[in-house]
Design a protein around this ligand. Sequence first.
Ligand SMILES: Nc1ncnc2c1ncn2[C@@H]1O[C@H](COP(=O)(O)OP(=O)(O)OP(=O)(O)O)[C@@H](O)[C@H]1O
Length: 230
Amino acid sequence: MLKLEGLLIAQGDFILQADFTLEGGRRYAVIGPSGAGKSTLLAALCGFVPLARGRLLWRGHDISAAAPGARQMTMLFQDNNLFPHLSVAQNVGLGLRPDLRLSPEERQRVEAALHRVGLGAHVEKRPGALSGGQQSRAALARVLVQARPLVLLDEPFAALGPALRREMLELMRELVDETGAALVMVSHAPEDVRHISEEVIFVEGGRAQQPQPTATLMDNPPPELRAYLG
Ligand SMILES: Nc1ncnc2c1ncn2[C@@H]1O[C@H](COP(=O)(O)OP(=O)(O)OP(=O)(O)O)[C@@H](O)[C@H]1O
C-alpha cells in the first residue's frame, strides 16, 4: 500500500534510511532507542519532513511531494491535537472540513463517531472540560470520521496511566479494524507492542529496518534490539 523506496530522511545532521513496504490493514509498531528517528520516520511519511532521497509510493502513485493534507493518512500526536477554543464536536468536525461548514450528513457522522467512542454526552464541551482519557477519545473520534486507510500514531496516550493507555489502544485497535485502516504506532512499551502490533519496525543506527513479525522479533531479538529492550 505504501512503498518506502530508497528513502533518505535528513533532520540537521541526523540521517535515517528506510526501504520497505507497508501493507494495507496491518498493524505496525515502530520501536527503537530515544533519538533513533522514530518520530522523524512518521513525520516523513505524513509529509511534515521532506525526503532527501528516494520516493514514497502510495498504491503505485508517487506522493513524495504531496502536501500532508493530500495524503490518505491521519496522524495522531501525543497531545491529541485538540483546539482548546472549539467544542469537542467542532474538533472532530475539523477532521472532515477545516472550515467547519459541515453538511447535515457530515454532522451526523461526527455525532456517530462521538457516540462510538463513548463521548455522546460531551459533544458541546471544550477539551479543557474533559479528562485525559476523554480527550484521547475525542482525538480517536476524529481519526474515525476521517476514515483514512493509514493511521500514524506517535506515542499516543503516553501521558495516560498504563490501564487507561491500554484501554485507549484497545479502542484504537477496534476502530482501525472497523475502518480497515493500517496502523503505524511509535511505542516505548514492549507490552503494548506485543498486544497491538502484528509487525515491528526497529529503528536504530540510522536505519528503519524491514518490518518483522512481532512475536518472532520480540521473542528472539537480535543483539541491538536486545540491548534496547534491556
Ligand atoms: N527539527 C529538527 N532539526 C534538527 N534535528 C532534529 C529535528 N528533529 C529531530 N532532530 C534530530 O533527529 C534525530 C531523531 O529524532 P526523533 O525525534 O525522530 O527520534 P525518536 O526516535 O522519535 O526519539 P524519542 O524516542 O526520544 O522520541 C535526533 O537526533 C534529533 O535530535
